[in-house]
Design a binder for this molecule. Structure first.
Ligand code: ADP
Ligand code: MG
Length: 308
């Protein structure tokens, strides 16, 4: 289970997650993509949006209904037109999950504070609800589950970060936003500590692995434009800072911006045709190379975890 996350919006999270999902499916893995962002951009990419004729998606069809216990996960998983890739779509209704989880969190915290063991024995902390829903899937149903999150530290994003085995974190090189990336890792660290403390006070919840104990973390410099001297310097700085966690950058390209406007991935858009007619196919192919390189690195890391 791998989560794509970062506090910053527009850092190419969804674009990279969907490309990775399609790439891994092309490589023969059974992939489940779960859209945990109420903006539903991953769902849009895969042709599933409420405004599309025949798509017909409501909040009932999202993780919302699974997390509140109305439906089973199996019931909201859809196959897509992309062989090997299934999806749980999102709609704006998913945003209501925040209220549900906030309320659960308050009840849990007060039961914990009062050491109300009777209540605690029937309650799950907010972050364990997604975990439980996912654990109901038969282990051999999917090879990998990708979670696309909203850029914030919401309850849903924290649930994804807690449940995941691995983390993919795009950093937009040109946006010079190391402050918010540093902040992101600090928030993760703080939550790690407080969840460990809560788990320790409630031994029945203790599991084999601690939350946030990732098998691997991959940081991808995204939207990278090597034509800018400043970006080349920043990339060097990133290499120095994140060292073995840093993957090769994924390039910025108008081809990507345009194809995403058509809700197509680079695998689907043909450069030099349609809206991309005026674009240099060489730029598109360099971008494609950088995406494939990211896919290969992550596939290697996943297979490495399986072998371990
Ligand atoms: N490699 C890229 N080159 C150019 N534009 C990109 C690239 N990746 C993403 N974009 C554009 O950036 C915007 C934000 O991308 P998105 O993947 O939705 O980011 P996030 O999920 O982090 O908010 C989209 O309009 C998309 O078209
Ligand atoms: Mg997104």
């Amino acid at each position: 289970m791998l989560t794509t996350s970062n506090l910053k919006g527009g850092s190419s999270k969804t674009t990279l997650t969907v490309h990775l999902a399609q790439y891994l499916a092309l490589r023969g893995l059974e992939v489940l993509l779960i859209d945990l962002d109420a903006q539903a951009s991953a769902s849009h990419y895969m042709g599933l949006s409420p405004d599309r004729l025949g798509a017909d998606i409501g909040t009932d069809d999202t993780m919302y209904s699974v997390l509140v216990g109305e439906r089973r996960l199996e019931e909201v998983i859809r196959t897509t037109y992309w062989p090997g890739l299934s999806i749980v779509p999102a709609t704006v209704g998913l945003a209501d999950m925040e209220y549900q989880m906030a309320e659960r969190h308050m009840r849990y915290r007060s039961a914990l504070a009062m050491q109300d063991l009777a209540s605690l024995s029937t309650m799950l902390p907010f972050y364990a609800v997604l975990d439980r829903a996912l654990s109901e899937l038969p282990v051999d149903r999917f090879d990998i589950i990708l979670l696309d999150t909203h850029p914030d530290v919401s309850f849903l994003t924290l649930s994804a970060l807690t449940t995941s085995d691995a983390l993919l974190c795009p950093i937009p090189v040109g946006m010079l936003d190391f402050a918010s990336t540093g902040e992101f890792f600090r928030v993760i660290h703080d939550y790690t500590e407080s969840l460990r403390e809560a788990d320790a006070r409630r031994p029945m919840l203790r599991r084999a692995r601690q939350p946030f104990d990732y098998r691997f973390i991959s940081i991808v410099p995204s939207l990278y434009d090597p034509n800018h001297d400043s970006e080349r310097k920043l990339l060097n700085f990133l290499k120095y800072t994140y060292d073995q966690y840093l993957l090769d950058p994924v390039l910025y390209s108008k081809a990507m911006r345009r194809s995403s406007l058509e809700r197509k991935t680079l695998f689907e858009a043909v450069p030099g045709t349609g809206k991309n007619a005026d674009l240099d196919p060489r730029t598109a192919s360099r971008l494609m190379d950088s995406i494939l390189a990211m896919g290969r690195r992550i596939e290697d890391q996943i297979r490495g975890v399986w072998r371990a």
